[in-house]
Design a protein around this ligand. Structure first.
Ligand SMILES: [Zn+2]
Length: 414
């Protein structure tokens, strides 16, 4: 099973927007660009929403069948480890092995030293096509990287082997993610991570490093865009070099766990993949759920009231909702409007406060982030919420599709 050059990961908290999400991919196809769609959902999301793994598989299958689409699609067991992979095994064909928590734990001495020996042929000035300055590799640097990453890669191998033992070889796509950590990985470190993946026989087709800067949920990139662009381009070159040196899948590519809406780095990503002829996987998080809220707000009446109620509850449960996402949100709490104030706003103002249009004066990144993590509240509304989605599915579907196509797919791929 081989992942296509371009792939796009899309989350769907409540599992109702598979069709409009797929429609966005089809619009790209109409313009001559093939993108594989990957529906991703993590264990944590399943727990919070109360969905199960089979739901995502059904959603994907139904969306694809109803549209008569013949392109590629996958169901991603997102950010899994050995402790929670079990329920995904029957329903996923894409596994994101998350080993970020193991970074910095030391592997056994004999593994470390044999890794350093195996990589020592890279020592010296290493010229990599596409990177201006040669990398200056020393045994110390190899050792440092090994101490940081080898143990984590060994854990990835453990998860990979387990999945393979159940599902069989070549029946699923493997991604390795190290993004949910504080410290970014340099292109040099990426080279050693890839060497370790080769040594551990993990046939990763995508790798999600931690890039420089902050990737907060649902809002734009915060950081040095120029530095990101340079590192992203260098990472692509490192991957190409590693594929030529090591036994790695030819289609290995970067995966950007974007947390959605990293508009200011999209041009750099696009430029780099064009320049190097590289592929990319861009994973977006649950902003589809925010499009649902926008559609509900615009629909007025009881569905607008529902949005106001969800805001009020999210506001009062701030700590509980934000806690699990603390490392990927930055909410200026004192700038959030009180629920009373929010409830006085009309449909358009509420919709625009949530909609990620930075040129709109009503856009409010604090409200957007709070509601982004507030999906637990909507989940608790159960059928009331789902019924509202059903009643307003046309307007919501338009928002879901337009958002993905115009704000994400177009700047990245078209
Ligand atoms: Zn991630």
């Amino acid at each position: 099973m081989e992942l296509e050059k371009y792939s796009f990961g899309t989350g769907d908290r409540f599992g109702k927007q598979g069709s409009p999400q797929l429609q966005a991919i089809r619009k790209a196809e109409e313009q001559g660009v093939d993108i594989a769609i990957v529906w991703n959902k993590s264990h944590r999301e399943h727990l919070i929403v109360g969905t199960s793994q089979v739901d995502v598989r059904r959603e994907a299958d139904v969306a694809v069948k109803n549209s008569g689409w013949s392109g590629s699609y996958y169901v991603d067991a997102d950010h899994i480890g050995l402790s929670n992979v079990e329920n995904f095994l029957d329903h996923s064909d894409f596994f994101t092995l998350d080993v970020a928590d193991y970074i910095g734990e030391k592997a056994e001495e004999r593994d470390l030293s044999s890794f350093v020996d195996a990589c020592s042929f890279l020592s010296g000035h290493l010229h990599i096509e596409g990177i201006e300055e040669p990398l200056n590799i020393t045994r110390e640097k190899i050792r440092d990287s090994a101490e940081k990453y080898l143990f984590a890669v060994q854990r990835a191998a453990e998860i990979y082997k387990y999945i393979e033992s159940v599902k069989g070889k070549d029946t699923f796509i493997t991604e390795v993610s190290m993004d949910e950590t504080e410290e970014p990985q340099t292109p040099e470190e990426l080279l050693f991570i890839l060497a370790a993946l080769t040594g551990q026989k993990v046939p990763a087709q995508t790798i999600a490093p931690k890039f420089t800067g902050r990737f907060n949920k649902g809002i734009d990139y915060q950081g040095d865009v120029e530095q990101f662009n340079r590192e992203f381009s260098d990472d692509i070159c490192v991957i190409r070099h590693a594929v030529s040196l090591f036994d790695l899948p030819n289609n290995l590519k970067l995966s950007v766990h974007s947390g959605s809406d990293k508009f200011s780095i999209y041009p750099g990503i696009r430029k780099a993949i064009e320049l190097h002829g590289a592929g990319v996987h861009v994973k977006t998080a649950g902003t589809t759920w925010l499009e649902e809220l926008i559609g509900l707000a615009e629909s007025g009446d009881s569905s607008l009231d529902l949005v106001k109620d969800i805001y009020a509850a999210s506001f009062s449960r701030f700590d509980e909702l934000c806690g699990p996402y603390a490392s990927v949100i930055d909410i200026e709490r004192n700038l959030l409007p009180s629920p009373e104030e929010f409830s006085r706003w009309n449909d358009q103002k509420i919709a625009q406060s949530i909609c990620h249009d930075m040129s709109c004066s009503d856009y409010d990144k604090n409200i957007r982030q709070l509601l982004h993590v507030g999906y637990k509240v909507a989940a608790e509304y159960g059928t009331t919420y789902l019924q509202a989605l059903e009643t307003h599915k046309d307007v919501i579907g338009r928002h879901v599709c337009t958002n993905l196509f115009e704000k994400h797919i177009t700047p990245l791929f078209l």
